[in-house]
Design a protein around this ligand. Structure first.
Ligand code: SAH
Length: 255
Protein backbone atom coordinates (compact mmCIF):
# COMPACT_ATOMS: atom_id res chain seq x y z
CA UNK A 1 0.00 0.00 0.00
CA UNK A 2 1.12 3.55 -0.76
CA UNK A 3 2.60 5.32 2.23
CA UNK A 4 0.74 8.61 2.44
CA UNK A 5 3.88 10.51 3.37
CA UNK A 6 6.19 8.94 0.78
CA UNK A 7 7.81 11.54 -1.52
CA UNK A 8 5.72 12.71 -4.46
CA UNK A 9 6.73 11.58 -7.93
CA UNK A 10 7.22 14.17 -10.67
CA UNK A 11 3.78 14.98 -12.10
CA UNK A 12 1.94 13.84 -8.99
CA UNK A 13 -0.53 15.93 -6.96
CA UNK A 14 -1.38 15.61 -3.26
CA UNK A 15 -4.71 17.05 -2.09
CA UNK A 16 -3.72 17.92 1.46
CA UNK A 17 -5.78 19.03 4.44
CA UNK A 18 -3.94 21.69 6.48
CA UNK A 19 -6.16 21.54 9.57
CA UNK A 20 -7.58 24.65 11.25
CA UNK A 21 -4.43 26.80 11.23
CA UNK A 22 -2.02 25.79 13.99
CA UNK A 23 0.94 24.00 12.38
CA UNK A 24 0.99 21.62 15.34
CA UNK A 25 -2.30 20.21 14.05
CA UNK A 26 -0.89 19.11 10.70
CA UNK A 27 -0.66 15.41 9.99
CA UNK A 28 2.80 13.90 9.57
CA UNK A 29 2.05 13.34 5.88
CA UNK A 30 1.01 16.99 5.38
CA UNK A 31 4.16 18.18 7.16
CA UNK A 32 6.45 16.03 5.04
CA UNK A 33 4.80 16.77 1.70
CA UNK A 34 4.65 20.55 2.37
CA UNK A 35 8.38 20.48 3.10
CA UNK A 36 9.20 18.49 -0.01
CA UNK A 37 7.35 19.55 -3.16
CA UNK A 38 7.90 21.93 -6.09
CA UNK A 39 4.65 23.91 -5.93
CA UNK A 40 2.01 24.60 -3.29
CA UNK A 41 -1.39 25.78 -4.50
CA UNK A 42 -3.05 27.05 -1.30
CA UNK A 43 -6.39 28.46 -0.19
CA UNK A 44 -6.88 31.75 1.64
CA UNK A 45 -7.61 29.93 4.91
CA UNK A 46 -4.19 28.25 5.05
CA UNK A 47 -2.10 30.03 7.71
CA UNK A 48 1.24 31.74 7.11
CA UNK A 49 2.71 29.60 9.85
CA UNK A 50 2.00 26.50 7.76
CA UNK A 51 3.19 28.05 4.49
CA UNK A 52 6.47 28.89 6.25
CA UNK A 53 7.16 25.14 6.46
CA UNK A 54 7.52 24.94 2.68
CA UNK A 55 10.89 24.40 1.06
CA UNK A 56 12.17 27.96 0.30
CA UNK A 57 12.65 26.89 -3.31
CA UNK A 58 9.01 25.87 -3.70
CA UNK A 59 6.65 28.10 -5.65
CA UNK A 60 3.60 29.27 -3.66
CA UNK A 61 0.41 29.99 -5.59
CA UNK A 62 -2.63 31.47 -3.82
CA UNK A 63 -5.89 30.09 -5.14
CA UNK A 64 -8.04 32.55 -3.20
CA UNK A 65 -11.50 31.39 -2.17
CA UNK A 66 -12.90 33.26 0.76
CA UNK A 67 -16.55 34.17 1.16
CA UNK A 68 -17.28 37.62 -0.19
CA UNK A 69 -13.82 38.25 -1.60
CA UNK A 70 -12.67 37.87 -5.18
CA UNK A 71 -11.53 34.32 -5.62
CA UNK A 72 -10.03 32.25 -8.32
CA UNK A 73 -12.55 30.38 -10.39
CA UNK A 74 -12.78 26.72 -9.41
CA UNK A 75 -12.22 25.66 -12.99
CA UNK A 76 -9.05 27.76 -13.17
CA UNK A 77 -7.74 26.15 -10.00
CA UNK A 78 -8.30 22.68 -11.44
CA UNK A 79 -6.68 23.69 -14.71
CA UNK A 80 -3.66 25.19 -12.92
CA UNK A 81 -3.12 21.96 -11.00
CA UNK A 82 -3.41 19.82 -14.13
CA UNK A 83 -0.95 22.05 -16.01
CA UNK A 84 1.58 22.02 -13.17
CA UNK A 85 1.40 18.24 -12.99
CA UNK A 86 1.80 17.97 -16.74
CA UNK A 87 4.98 20.05 -16.37
CA UNK A 88 6.18 17.21 -14.13
CA UNK A 89 6.03 19.37 -11.00
CA UNK A 90 5.39 17.73 -7.63
CA UNK A 91 2.27 19.58 -6.52
CA UNK A 92 0.72 20.02 -3.08
CA UNK A 93 -2.82 21.35 -3.20
CA UNK A 94 -3.22 22.69 0.33
CA UNK A 95 -6.69 23.30 1.71
CA UNK A 96 -7.92 24.45 5.13
CA UNK A 97 -9.23 21.76 7.46
CA UNK A 98 -10.06 18.58 5.55
CA UNK A 99 -10.06 18.70 1.74
CA UNK A 100 -13.38 16.87 1.47
CA UNK A 101 -15.40 18.80 4.07
CA UNK A 102 -17.01 21.84 2.37
CA UNK A 103 -13.73 22.24 0.54
CA UNK A 104 -14.44 21.25 -3.06
CA UNK A 105 -11.79 18.56 -2.81
CA UNK A 106 -14.14 16.15 -4.56
CA UNK A 107 -14.35 18.37 -7.63
CA UNK A 108 -10.58 18.75 -7.74
CA UNK A 109 -10.03 15.03 -7.36
CA UNK A 110 -12.38 14.30 -10.25
CA UNK A 111 -10.67 16.92 -12.45
CA UNK A 112 -7.29 15.31 -11.76
CA UNK A 113 -8.63 11.83 -12.45
CA UNK A 114 -10.27 12.99 -15.69
CA UNK A 115 -6.93 14.45 -16.85
CA UNK A 116 -5.12 11.21 -16.02
CA UNK A 117 -3.00 12.85 -13.29
CA UNK A 118 -1.66 10.68 -10.49
CA UNK A 119 -2.82 11.97 -7.11
CA UNK A 120 -3.28 11.14 -3.45
CA UNK A 121 -5.50 12.56 -0.70
CA UNK A 122 -4.23 13.48 2.78
CA UNK A 123 -7.10 14.03 5.24
CA UNK A 124 -6.86 16.99 7.63
CA UNK A 125 -8.44 17.89 10.94
CA UNK A 126 -11.65 19.64 10.02
CA UNK A 127 -12.44 22.96 11.72
CA UNK A 128 -15.95 21.80 12.64
CA UNK A 129 -14.38 19.42 15.15
CA UNK A 130 -11.10 21.19 15.95
CA UNK A 131 -12.59 24.63 16.67
CA UNK A 132 -15.05 23.38 19.31
CA UNK A 133 -12.35 21.14 20.85
CA UNK A 134 -9.90 24.04 21.14
CA UNK A 135 -12.66 26.09 22.75
CA UNK A 136 -13.43 23.26 25.21
CA UNK A 137 -16.70 22.05 23.65
CA UNK A 138 -16.99 18.30 22.99
CA UNK A 139 -19.19 17.92 19.88
CA UNK A 140 -20.59 14.69 21.26
CA UNK A 141 -21.29 14.01 24.87
CA UNK A 142 -22.81 10.77 26.12
CA UNK A 143 -25.45 12.58 28.15
CA UNK A 144 -26.60 15.02 25.47
CA UNK A 145 -26.30 13.65 21.94
CA UNK A 146 -25.84 10.43 20.02
CA UNK A 147 -25.63 12.25 16.69
CA UNK A 148 -24.64 15.58 15.20
CA UNK A 149 -24.98 17.34 11.88
CA UNK A 150 -22.42 19.34 9.90
CA UNK A 151 -23.92 22.00 7.67
CA UNK A 152 -23.05 25.00 5.57
CA UNK A 153 -24.67 28.23 6.71
CA UNK A 154 -23.96 29.76 3.36
CA UNK A 155 -27.36 29.18 1.86
CA UNK A 156 -29.59 29.99 4.84
CA UNK A 157 -30.75 33.26 3.28
CA UNK A 158 -31.61 31.84 -0.10
CA UNK A 159 -33.85 29.07 -1.31
CA UNK A 160 -32.47 26.55 1.19
CA UNK A 161 -31.72 22.91 0.42
CA UNK A 162 -31.91 22.22 4.15
CA UNK A 163 -35.14 20.80 5.61
CA UNK A 164 -34.98 22.87 8.82
CA UNK A 165 -37.81 21.22 10.81
CA UNK A 166 -36.42 17.76 10.00
CA UNK A 167 -32.91 18.91 10.90
CA UNK A 168 -33.94 20.30 14.27
CA UNK A 169 -36.01 17.19 15.06
CA UNK A 170 -33.22 14.77 14.15
CA UNK A 171 -30.00 16.32 15.45
CA UNK A 172 -29.41 17.61 19.00
CA UNK A 173 -26.16 19.30 17.95
CA UNK A 174 -25.60 21.37 14.81
CA UNK A 175 -22.21 22.54 13.58
CA UNK A 176 -22.28 25.23 10.91
CA UNK A 177 -19.42 26.07 8.59
CA UNK A 178 -19.57 29.41 6.74
CA UNK A 179 -22.29 30.61 9.07
CA UNK A 180 -20.88 33.98 10.16
CA UNK A 181 -22.56 36.22 7.62
CA UNK A 182 -26.01 34.66 7.87
CA UNK A 183 -26.02 34.01 11.61
CA UNK A 184 -29.23 35.97 12.37
CA UNK A 185 -31.06 34.18 9.52
CA UNK A 186 -29.75 30.80 10.67
CA UNK A 187 -30.96 31.46 14.22
CA UNK A 188 -34.33 32.64 12.92
CA UNK A 189 -34.72 29.52 10.78
CA UNK A 190 -33.83 27.26 13.71
CA UNK A 191 -36.29 28.95 16.07
CA UNK A 192 -38.93 28.92 13.30
CA UNK A 193 -38.31 25.20 12.88
CA UNK A 194 -39.06 24.52 16.55
CA UNK A 195 -35.79 24.95 18.44
CA UNK A 196 -36.16 26.79 21.77
CA UNK A 197 -34.88 30.37 21.70
CA UNK A 198 -32.78 29.79 24.81
CA UNK A 199 -30.75 26.95 23.27
CA UNK A 200 -27.04 27.73 23.57
CA UNK A 201 -24.81 28.71 20.73
CA UNK A 202 -21.05 29.12 20.48
CA UNK A 203 -19.15 31.06 17.83
CA UNK A 204 -15.53 30.09 17.46
CA UNK A 205 -13.53 32.47 15.30
CA UNK A 206 -10.13 31.71 13.74
CA UNK A 207 -9.52 28.56 15.77
CA UNK A 208 -5.90 27.48 15.94
CA UNK A 209 -4.55 30.95 15.12
CA UNK A 210 -3.35 33.85 17.26
CA UNK A 211 -6.72 35.58 16.70
CA UNK A 212 -8.81 32.72 18.07
CA UNK A 213 -11.88 33.67 20.10
CA UNK A 214 -15.03 31.98 21.37
CA UNK A 215 -18.25 33.70 22.39
CA UNK A 216 -21.37 32.00 23.68
CA UNK A 217 -25.00 33.00 24.13
CA UNK A 218 -28.52 31.98 23.11
CA UNK A 219 -30.17 31.48 19.75
CA UNK A 220 -32.38 34.48 20.46
CA UNK A 221 -29.32 36.69 20.99
CA UNK A 222 -27.90 35.43 17.69
CA UNK A 223 -31.19 36.16 15.93
CA UNK A 224 -31.33 39.67 17.39
CA UNK A 225 -27.77 40.46 16.35
CA UNK A 226 -26.46 40.64 19.92
CA UNK A 227 -23.94 37.90 19.12
CA UNK A 228 -21.86 38.81 16.11
CA UNK A 229 -19.83 36.27 14.20
CA UNK A 230 -16.78 37.23 12.16
CA UNK A 231 -15.58 34.90 9.40
CA UNK A 232 -13.94 32.38 9.52
CA UNK A 233 -16.08 30.98 12.29
CA UNK A 234 -17.62 27.69 13.34
CA UNK A 235 -21.05 27.96 14.93
CA UNK A 236 -22.13 25.23 17.36
CA UNK A 237 -25.77 24.97 18.43
CA UNK A 238 -26.99 22.68 21.21
CA UNK A 239 -26.70 21.61 24.81
CA UNK A 240 -23.04 20.55 24.37
CA UNK A 241 -22.17 24.25 24.50
CA UNK A 242 -23.34 24.36 28.15
CA UNK A 243 -20.73 21.74 29.04
CA UNK A 244 -17.91 23.93 27.81
CA UNK A 245 -14.76 24.13 29.89
CA UNK A 246 -12.42 26.85 28.70
CA UNK A 247 -9.35 24.73 29.35
CA UNK A 248 -6.98 27.01 27.50
CA UNK A 249 -7.57 30.12 29.57
CA UNK A 250 -7.34 27.90 32.67
CA UNK A 251 -3.91 26.77 31.52
CA UNK A 252 -2.89 30.36 30.83
CA UNK A 253 -3.85 31.39 34.35
CA UNK A 254 -1.68 28.61 35.75
CA UNK A 255 1.26 29.32 33.47
N1 SAH B 1 -12.41 22.29 4.50
C1 SAH B 1 -12.55 23.18 5.63
C2 SAH B 1 -13.80 24.02 5.55
C3 SAH B 1 -13.80 25.00 4.39
S1 SAH B 1 -15.25 26.00 4.34
C4 SAH B 1 -12.51 22.36 6.92
O1 SAH B 1 -12.58 21.12 6.86
O2 SAH B 1 -12.39 22.94 8.00
C5 SAH B 1 -14.69 27.46 5.17
C6 SAH B 1 -15.30 27.53 6.55
O3 SAH B 1 -14.59 26.68 7.44
C7 SAH B 1 -15.21 28.88 7.20
O4 SAH B 1 -16.26 29.73 6.77
C8 SAH B 1 -15.38 28.53 8.66
O5 SAH B 1 -16.72 28.22 8.96
C9 SAH B 1 -14.61 27.22 8.73
N2 SAH B 1 -13.22 27.38 9.20
C10 SAH B 1 -12.11 27.05 8.55
N3 SAH B 1 -11.00 27.29 9.30
C11 SAH B 1 -11.46 27.79 10.46
C12 SAH B 1 -10.82 28.21 11.67
N4 SAH B 1 -9.50 28.19 11.82
N5 SAH B 1 -11.61 28.64 12.69
C13 SAH B 1 -12.95 28.67 12.57
N6 SAH B 1 -13.60 28.28 11.45
C14 SAH B 1 -12.87 27.85 10.42
Amino acid sequence: MLKLASPLSPGEVALVGAGPGDADLLTMAAFRLIADCDVIVYDALVSDEILALANPAAELICAGKRGGRPSADQQDICQTMVQLAQQQKRVVRLKGGDPFVFGRGGEEMRALAAAGIRFRVIPGITSGIAAPALAGIPVTDRTTNASLAFLTGHEAHEESRIDWPALVAAFPVLVFYMGAKNLPQIARRLIGAGLAADVSIAIIHAAGTANESCITGSLRQAMDGELVAVSPAIVVVGEVVDGRIDWRSMNQEKA
